[in-house]
Design a protein around this ligand. Sequence first.
Ligand code: HSE
Length: 355
Amino acid sequence: MTVYNLALIGFGGVNRALAEIVAERNERLREELGFGLRVVAVTDLRLGSIVCADGVDLDAILALGPGDGDFSQYEGGSPEPRNEWVIKNAPADVVVEATFTNPLDGEPAVSHCRWALTSGRHVVTTNKGPVALAAEELKALAAGSGAAFEFEGAVMSGTPVIRLVKRMFGGLELSGFEGILNGTSNYVLGRMESGLDFDAAVREAQELGFAEADPTADVEGHDVRLKVAILANELLGACLSPADVPCTGISALTAEDIDKAAAEGTRWKLIGSARREPDGSVSAQVAPHAVPLSHHLAGVSGAVNAVAFDTDLLGVVTISGPGAGRLETAYALLSDIIAIHEAKTTPTTRSVLSS
Ligand code: HSE
């Protein structure tokens, strides 16, 4: 049976959750998917790095709590992250990039992906930075080395959107989309409707674990801007950088704005959208809108995300599901690995007409 060796770059919530899935479900995954997973390397800014060709002891490293020391206490461990060395030299088939998102230049994640792809390793990532800022370069590197660059979790965590539209919308013309793509801001708007003030609602979102440690990117729309650029580029064939997407967040909305919208039968939503213009170009933006309660995104509440696609033959198709969460985002990484396996094992169809 095929076993994919994984190098986990970053050992925060998402890659820890992937390690838990591998530790707990590998047997079931083998039976259901026809391949196994083995973690052969892990790197982390705080914990250092560990490389073990026979498989890292996941139970041991998952049990490491704050104050329990770093990976150097284990065989193959070092107190240094050594990301470049590990990515280029660990016996991994797939590099799993889940370090923090840097919205300015995507680093160091872009370099992590570059090192992996130039070394012929597949990359799966949930990191929005490399996808929004360097997708074309990284796809070209992947094509050159025969590796895969997969990033389903960059938008709406494990809820399938990018691959689903690419694979299942064949024959449809997609003219645009609009979505609720940040759980924190949607949660905050809902709590403000219930009478909570903005700061208290943001604190709640942080306590519940879906807001970033610095929630500025959530409430100012910067997180949505990255996601809109990714969806527009991947699904509408645009060439947008995040800076091309005008962006307004929700921090200027007051309790009076919320009450006024309710009195008028509308509700504020932070909407990221993109549309193909008559001249073929794609325009995109992020801004709060007071939408009527009949709008297809009006009923999306709490931290849930949703994106409504405008198609010619089906009309509006809305996909809704979790957009954050450690296990939900780790599932996106698993779905990327499944896609890599399917691409490797599915024979390409040849046209009988040409034979
Ligand atoms: N902090 C984000 C959200 C999740 O609240 O939706 C990661 O993109």
